[in-house]
Design a protein around this ligand. Structure first.
Ligand code: G3I
Ligand code: 9MR
Ligand code: ZN
Length: 541
């Protein structure tokens, strides 16, 4: 695609904080631009774009325009004449409040096993789904309660490890930025002393308990039908048998990690619940100790739903040990951390398959006094070095984010938000606000300052994703998709039939289709929403 066709002015379609740097990215045409007050029609600022540069990942020449001098609260648009205009955006003290509420409310829409009522779901209401008992794969006589929790994504599977990542992001957001969570979302449980974010996480935790085999402590990898239902099937119409897939070490490690974390977080509000979480975590840890060399999970032959395969369970064990140490203070867990940390896996990743970053965060947040001094120092240093690397990479990028061309993989928006999360955590430990500025640039990308001029969050921004691969949104006959959902984003691997047909030869960051058939670029998941909640919370304190 030539630069001339792609003449756009892209901005964060939600807006910019009053005090910070405000930058728009232009493609095709540089030079003069105006910031126009949308409500009053007057020009409030005139500027010039900077030097052009070619952006490899996006395949376009970009210029930046700085309008940081505009401080007045209001709604604006950037214009260049010839009818070229950006999406509108606001400048305000807390521009991301509603966005954060929407990203969090998305978890309510993902709920399984309960009716979504009109009072809370509006047009997106639907009847209770997936309430039948599930069959334990390989034990046909054994049927167990498996209701509740959140659907994983655009499909109705419920997967233990990805669920744990989503909860972990939300609990960490609450731990680090509690003042961002004072408003009700609201959800049906709102109103007591427990913050809504903890009430919503409890929905998934309550389901996760059901994924543990109490006989052994091991955790079933996932709960799904044998294959995916058709794309227009509403949740309550998906009535095929549900199967518990076999126990896996990655699911058990994630379960132990998130339950130990939950034990700590819920203690001030409900100590009986906290104890239940810790008992479950302890039992899962016993399983891990008894199964040091468990094989990686692969789908049983009859089951073709999401595999979430992961050949390395050391990072999940490390996270489990670190959380159990933080929650109990017991030396046995500290020793386990000290051994596991020496093994080969990333200590700073926050992906569903690479959970080492959560172990590192648990260890660091527990404080230097309770840590091995040398390990504490090296993990802290490593975290800051990683944040430094991400900042450096972002300076190289035309849209100011840390993804290289090869990072536009399935769910690239998770990487965008995970990297932003790591940056704000680095700010938390170092006080270096330039890390937060870089994280905010990542949020700007997600919300529209990208080569496609699209907001990757349904229902938010002037040009949001409209056709996610999300069964309820396809099947419900409501024009607008369920709001607040983060789309996966560009995947240069072209992993579905639709993009293979339509996106051949596109630059990495343009390998995206806002089409319901494109499951590899435009599906939505709980664990793409969760890091976005974390990042927005940092800017909503
Ligand atoms: O990590 C490698 C990287 O090293 C390599 O360079 C790159 C090249 O393509 O691939 C990377 O692996 C990708 C991996 O995601 C990264 O997490 C794989 O190609 C890609 O196929 C894989 O996609 C996963 C997808 O399932 C298919 O297995 C997504 O992460 C995962 O989010 C997605 O999850 C699905 C569930 O199965 C079912 N529910 C919906 C959900 C979202 O689409
Ligand atoms: O709809 C499925 C989506 O939720 C999964 O993430 C994706 C990858 O596992 O698979 C989708 O299902 C597709 C299947 O893999 C291939 N045939 C078309 C299906 C979409 O309707
Ligand atoms: Zn359901």
């Amino acid at each position: 695609m030539s630069d001339r066709r792609l003449r756009t002015i892209t901005v964060n379609q939600i807006g910019y904080p009053v005090g910070g740097e405000k930058i728009a990215v232009f493609t095709g045409a540089g030079h003069g631009f105006q910031v126009v007050d949308v409500d009053h029609g007057n020009v409030v600022f005139e500027g010039q774009t900077g030097a052009p540069r070619f952006d490899e990942a996006s395949g376009v020449t970009v210029h930046t325009g700085d309008f940081s001098e505009v401080h007045a609260v209001g709604r604006y648009r950037i214009e260049q004449g010839e009818g070229i205009a950006s999406a509108s955006f606001i400048i305000s003290d807390k521009p991301y409040h509603e966005l954060q509420q929407g990203l969090l409310k998305a978890f309510y829409y993902y709920r399984c096993g309960v009716e979504l009522t009109e009072e809370y779901a509006g047009d997106w209401k639907h009847k209770a789904c997936h309430t039948a008992e599930g069959i334990v794969y390989g034990e046909t006589e054994r049927r167990l309660d498996c209701s509740g929790g959140w659907h994983d994504a655009g499909d109705y599977g419920k997967y233990s490890g990805p669920g744990a990542k989503a909860i972990a992001d939300l609990l960490l957001a609450y731990e680090l930025y509690p003042s961002a969570f004072v408003s009700a979302i609201p959800i049906p449980e709102s109103g007591g002393i427990t913050p809504d974010i903890l009430l919503e996480c409890k929905v998934e935790l309550d389901w996760l308990f059901k994924m543990q085999d109490y006989r052994t402590g091991g955790v079933y990898h996932k709960l799904t039908t044998l294959s995916f239902p058709d794309l227009d099937v509403m949740p309550e119409a998906d009535t095929a048998d549900l199967y518990f897939s076999p126990v896996s070490a990655t699911a058990t490690g994630d379960f132990a990690g998130v339950m130990a974390m939950a034990a700590r977080m819920y203690e001030p509000f409900d100590s009986a619940y906290a104890k239940k979480c810790l008992d479950a975590a302890t039992l899962a840890w016993k399983w891990l100790v008894q199964h040091p060399d468990a094989p990686g999970f692969i789908n049983p032959p009859e089951i073709s739903t999401g595999e979430y395969g992961d050949g390395n369970d050391k990072d999940e064990r490390y996270w489990a040990a670190a959380e159990l140490y933080r929650t109990t203070g017991k030396e046995e867990y500290h020793q386990a951390v000290l051994q596991l940390v020496q093994l080969s896996f990333s200590k700073y990743s926050l992906g569903w398959a690479d959970m080492g970053g959560y172990g590192t965060l648990a260890y660091l947040l527990n404080g230097e006094d309770l840590a091995d001094r040398a390990l504490y120092a090296s993990l802290r240093e490593g975290l800051l070095a990683e944040a430094g690397r991400l900042s450096e990479q972002s300076r190289e990028d035309g849209y100011r984010i840390s993804l290289k061309e090869e990072d536009y993989i399935w769910g690239s928006n998770m990487l965008v938000m995970n990297n932003a999360m790591l940056l704000v955590v680095a700010e938390y430990f170092s006080g270096n606000s330039s890390f937060a500025d870089c994280a905010l640039d990542h949020l700007h990308y997600l919300m529209g300052r990208n080569v496609l001029d699209i907001s990757y969050v349904t229902g938010f921004g002037d040009h949001p994703v409209m056709h996610p691969h999300h069964r309820p949104s396809v099947g419900d006959h409501v024009v607008d998709p369920v709001p607040g959902l983060v789309s996966g984003g560009p995947d240069r691997g072209l992993h579905d039939e639709y993009v293979v047909e339509h996106l051949q030869g596109k630059p990495a960051a343009q390998c995206f289709a806002d089409h319901e058939l494109s499951y590899s670029t435009n599906e939505v998941t709980i664990y793409w929403n969760s890091p976005a909640v974390f990042v927005t919370a940092r800017f909503n304190q």
